[in-house]
Design a protein around this ligand. Sequence first.
Ligand code: TYD
Ligand code: MG
Length: 454
Amino acid sequence: MAKAKRLYGCTECGATFPKWAGQCSECGAWNTLIETRLESHPTSSSSRRTGWTGEQSNIRTLAEVSVEEVPRFSTACGELDRVLGGGLVDGSVVLIGGDPGIGKSTILLQTLCNIAQRFPALYVTGEESQQQVALRARRLELPQDRLKVMTETCIEAIIATARQEQPRVMVIDSIQTIYTEQLQSAPGGVAQVRESTALLVRFAKQTGTAVFLVGHVTKEGSLAGPRVLEHMVDTVLYFEGEPDGRLRMLRAVKNRFGAINELGVFGMTDRGLKEVSNPSAIFLTRASEAVPGSVVMATWEGSRPMLVEVQALVDSSHMANPRRVTLGLDQNRLAMLLAVLHRHGGIPTYDQDVFLNVVGGVKVLETAADLALMAAVISSLRNRALPHDLLVFGEVGLSGEVRPVPSGQERLKEAAKHGFKRAIIPKTNAPKEAPKGLRVVAVTRLEQALEALF
Ligand code: TYD
Ligand code: MG
């Protein structure tokens, strides 16, 4: 490889400079110059240029391009397979982002130990010693005889080893510890993280190795975190959960090989992460008595319905601006729905603090939560409990109309499966024949819903 020349590029306009400066003299943006590498093209010595995958550039109509099913294989973890879109694709690069300590290393170690029983696999760690990794594998009673572990942080050395070992799956834990010899800046900086990832992506595409990258999300959010890598990789998964809770959720936010917003649910135990294949059952563990302010809704996560409990606490406010606080729900949406509730339901809350929470740390950002959220608010405001076996979902518009939501049937089926007896839902979502044991109350207006509720 030709000796690299050091350059500084502006992340805003793309201009390059031989020296670093606080402001880009081309576009005037501040703090946008980062070290980049001007490298000769890998195949420029040959007369033909090829892409990253070694495919020669040519032009065809879409119909002429032969398409085959992308080859996938199972990771032996059902929840992970589903989030990936049905298995891991050869040659794909998957970024797993999340807060430190959430369980990224644990899930990848568990997965790799299992994959290694069937295919060659390599676990590269820049954060822990081989001993620490081995100890954890032993404690979790994972199969340890096949997985190879390497402690290394220089990307050139990692790729050289990987070329020899030829694993089918490789893990890099974490990308923030990796550096390339081409740059002088410290590991973890934007330039290092980006260059190292570029080299890994090229390696993955050339050799067909599937690569998992671990990326810590920094407190500030974006800088040097996984965000700068999102466009370079094929799949981005976020691992989330409440720090003190046991539940962990793996969500696909980008996937070139499958649907996004697919959710995998895990429980962190003293024996590592366990798959939760029936999340509704977990999120619905409620007190045996019905309490005011609690209502169950069916939310749609990726490709499956999930029953979650929405809780509201409405209390008289002593402030000029009453508080509107939400956890797992959209705050602006709450403000809007409270206005609708006043205007079309005749229920004022301007002198009340309203707190809302989705139990279990689940985020429900779809509008299907509207009706459930309003039901919880009224239930708390009037201090009247709603029945335990009642399900509510539906979007509420500004004029008080109840609108349909996608996949209504599946939501109802999930509720029937868990023993719910009554459902208040948008009329358009009402099935011709309700699932067995479930009585469906179809409404078109908020007023009708309120009548059915109380
Ligand atoms: P880890 O996978 O090291 O997190 P990350 O790689 O995302 O930084 O997870 C560490 C946390 O998980 C740690 O706080 C302890 C907890 N944990 C368990 O509760 N049980 C277990 O079996 C393991 C391995 C970890
Ligand atoms: Mg870790």
